[in-house]
Design a protein around this ligand. Structure first.
Ligand code: FAD
Length: 493
């Protein structure tokens, strides 16, 4: 048992050393009290319930990277092998057990915003404070706390634009700060601590995530590289090309933000520096910063909603006549709908754990409108397959797609998957990449192969219904059925 008093740094969705307020507080506390820092990550039921296959893969890699960074920072201050301590079980019980067994005087963490996490954290804070421990939580993963942003009437927001205007009237987001150069770590063994492998996060029964690793490098360094690459190479074109899946200009920072490997402050100020350094390019930086605003808005809604995953924010949608069509759902999941842009998106998702935002909107719309499948089924599939699946953005976005969310696209505004494909992937490059069966289709038919003549299909090597499916529904028929279902719902409430 170490003789020096201990401050616990409880990592959750903040898997970074830089710009980490709770970690800074823990190291400061240790410096001021001749103490040491005990970094822990606990795979508790709340965190576990929010993970799907893809995010489990990401988390394992991210914890591995964090462990290395902590060990390096620890070795700067003492000859020790200490690193991140991994545990699994009820977080409250585990923290109490550690404080029983060791001389813990303080516990620090960064805040989360979903109900299960906030109620767990409130409970734990009260119990630890009852034991006389110093216990503090910090704002780290949002630019604006959900309770800081209020309407003139003092209530929370339901519409994005006024929300974002209100945010901009608040004090500007603080500057990010550097990682501690060294951390004086507690060199102790904790009862019940487990290896990374024992957390059982790796893909099973075989490594199906090789395509994820080709696209992403989880961890703080991977996040920084991704940010700098984006700012240096792609932000300049962001406003003009962000809707084009055939041009990869967006930041692809979403999984890094999901796990807090980079903070929104680091991202925000990097975009701000770009705008300062490139007069005349402010518009593209502002557009990007406004997307970070959507992330803030999704968390604002999540914090104030009782259950964003299950309950439609617009109550009338509880009566919507969903189809329960499991065949259609399965064709959508497998990228076999016969709508090329949809199939490309679903296959990109399966292969890389990621899908472009515009394509998420198109595949989502086709699922809940043309196929009348419940938005909760789409949410569940994305939760399992996206590396950035997060309790706020995913649930918020599916409610938005379903027409029942905050500031949502009205249900009766129905994307045409052919026109969307032609507009945002005009030469069909994105489709050709992910749906190789259609690689040789002429541009004119790449988004609607069923309109091509038998001769053209033959020349492209496509036999509809054999090596590429017929569309799961007609574009027009699907749209009309969705509008009828919407009318039925309105009449039933
Ligand atoms: P960029 O365009 O570079 O944007 C920068 C950051 O802003 C993103 O990393 C993200 O954190 C945030 N952001 C951008 N667009 C949105 C948005 N519309 N709503 C909220 N935040 C946004 N995003 C997730 O992070 N996790 C999800 O689980 C998720 N599920 C989605 C489900 C559906 C049906 C839809 C339509 C969108 C979903 N999004 C989700 C939002 C958006 O598609 C992704 O954030 C974006 O595609 C990530 O790519 P990027 O990092 O290159 O984004």
């Amino acid at each position: 048992m170490t003789k020096r008093p201990i401050a616990i740094m409880w990592f959750r969705n903040d898997l970074r050393l830089g710009d980490n307020p709770a970690l800074r507080a823990a190291t400061k506390w240790a410096d001021q009290n001749d103490g040491v820092v005990l970094p822990v990550f606990i795979l508790d039921p709340v965190i576990d319930s929010q993970l799907g296959g893809a995010t489990r893969w990401w988390l394992e890699k991210s914890l591995e990277a964090l462990g290395h960074s902590i060990a390096e920072a620890g070795a700067q201050s003492a000859a020790t092998n200490a690193s991140l301590h991994l545990l699994s079980g009820d977080a409250g019980d585990i923290l109490e057990n550690i404080t029983d067994a060791h001389d813990v005087k303080a516990v620090f963490w960064n805040r989360l915003y979903d109900r299960p996490s906030t109620s767990r954290d409130t409970d734990i804070k009260a119990k630890l404070q009852d034991r006389g421990l110093e216990c503090e939580s910090f704002k780290a993963n949002l630019l604006f706390e959900p309770w800081e942003v209020k309407t003139g009437g003092g209530t929370d927001f339901k519409v994005y634009s006024p929300f974002w205007r209100a945010c901009q009237k608040l004090p500007a987001p603080r500057q990010p700060f550097a990682a501690p150069k060294s951390i004086t770590l507690a060199d102790i063994k904790i009862a019940g601590e487990v290896s990374l492998a024992a957390l059982d996060l790796a893909p099973k029964p075989f490594d199906w995530a090789t395509g994820f690793a080709e696209r992403f490098t989880p961890g703080e360094q991977g996040a920084k590289d991704q940010l700098f690459d984006f700012i240096d190479e792609r932000l300049v074109d962001y406003a003009d090309l962000r809707d084009r899946p055939d041009h990869r200009v967006t930041s692809e920072l979403s999984p890094h933000l999901r796990f807090g490997e980079i903070s929104p402050y680091q991202v925000w100020h990097s975009a701000g520096h770009f705008a300062d350094a490139h007069p005349g390019k402010g518009k593209t930086a502002s557009k990007f910063m406004a997307e970070l605003g959507w992330r803030e808005f999704a968390h604002h809604i999540l914090f104030h909603a009782s259950d964003l995953r299950s309950i439609p924010l617009q109550g009338q949608f509880s009566h919507f006549p969903w189809s329960n069509d499991s065949t259609a759902l399965e064709r959508w999941q497998k990228g076999q709908t016969g709508f090329p842009i949809v199939d490309a998106g679903m296959r990109e998702l399966w292969h890389t754990g990621y899908m472009h935002n515009r394509v998420r909107m198109i595949v989502g719309s086709v699922l809940v409108k043309h196929l009348l499948v419940h938005w909760r089924d789409g949410l569940a599939w994305f939760d399992d397959t996206l590396v950035d699946a997060c309790p706020a953005n995913n649930a918020f976005s599916w409610q938005w797609i379903g027409g029942c969310g905050a500031d949502a696209a009205p249900y009766f505004r129905i994307f045409n998957p052919v026109l969307q494909g032609e507009k945002f992937d005009p030469a069909g490059e994105y489709v050709r990449q992910w749906v190789p069966e259609l690689r040789d289709m002429p541009e004119q038919y790449i988004h609607k192969p069923w309109e091509a003549s038998p001769l053209i299909l033959k020349a492209a090597g496509v036999t509809l219904g054999q090596n590429y499916p017929e569309p799961v529904t007609g574009v027009k028929e699907g749209r009309e059925r969705a509008l009828r279902a919407y009318q039925d719902m309105k009449q039933s409430v």
